[in-house]
Design a protein around this ligand. Structure first.
Ligand code: PRP
Ligand code: MG
Length: 215
């Protein structure tokens, strides 16, 4: 079985949870210099792969990995029917928010948003959110450093993750409103769950017990 894990911040919070679920990747896994992408674990039945957070959902949806740890933001963006998300892991808490240059008066007058340009790595969430308010958002699709976009004239607003708020603050932006709260989920491939109910169900239970034991 392959478990897909996101690199970056979530991985730190996920490591103790994995351990409590009885999954301990080999020593190379936490070595940033290692170029390996797939790692054996203490369980000969389980390997873990380390991929970008957006790609965790794609690997699981296509069945390349049967299980993954994935932010609710990514699940909302893709909405893959092949993915089942049985557990909220309670880690990686943050929110998807709209932000604007500090002191901008744009948000005071939503009427003016009829022509709004928004930089984001969440084109689908952003389009849906604005469309629900009758606003046709013009999306500038970036993959990181969204905070630069309004300052450098690419967009009026951004839609991005906010945790402590310090990235917005130091880049001269302020939060306008929250679109959704986010935590990480355990995800599984529906077909794998159907064809190997014991193995996949067993993994789900190991995580459920790890959460119940307060890890
Ligand atoms: C994320 C997010 C924000 C920042 C929010 O970026 O895109 O920029 O963290 O955290 P804060 O509110 O605590 O400052 P990340 O550092 O993961 O990099 P990326 O945008 O390049 O993916
Ligand atoms: Mg960022």
């Amino acid at each position: 079985m392959i478990i897909a894990l996101p690199k970056g911040r979530i991985l730190k919070a996920a490591t103790p949870l994995l351990k409590a679920a009885g999954i301990v990747p080999g020593p190379d896994f936490t070595d940033d210099r290692s170029r390996l992408l797939r790692f054996p674990t203490n369980d000969p039945q389980i390997d873990v792969v380390r991929v970008r957070s957006f790609d965790v959902a794609t690997f699981v949806a296509f069945g390349g990995a049967q299980v993954g740890l994935c932010g609710a933001d990514v699940l909302m963006e893709f909405d893959y029917p092949e993915i089942y998300a049985p557990l909220d892991l309670g880690i990686g808490g943050c929110r998807i928010s709209i932000a604007q240059p500090r002191g901008s008066t744009l948000s005071d007058d939503p009427e003016r948003w009829s022509q709004v340009r928004v930089a984001t790595k969440y084109p689908s969430i952003t389009r849906r959110h604005f469309a629900a308010q009758g606003i046709n958002a013009d999306i500038v699709h970036l993959h990181g450093a969204m905070e630069l976009a309004p300052v450098l004239g690419l967009s009026h607003l951004i839609v991005d993750l906010v945790d402590t708020g310090s990235t917005l603050r130091v880049n001269g932006l302020e939060e306008v409103r929250t679109i959704a709260n986010v935590t990480s989920r355990l995800i599984v491939n529906r077909t794998a769950f159907k064809t190997q109910p014991e193995r996949i169900g067993g993994i789900i239970n190991r995580f459920r017990q790890a959460l119940a034991s307060g890890t």
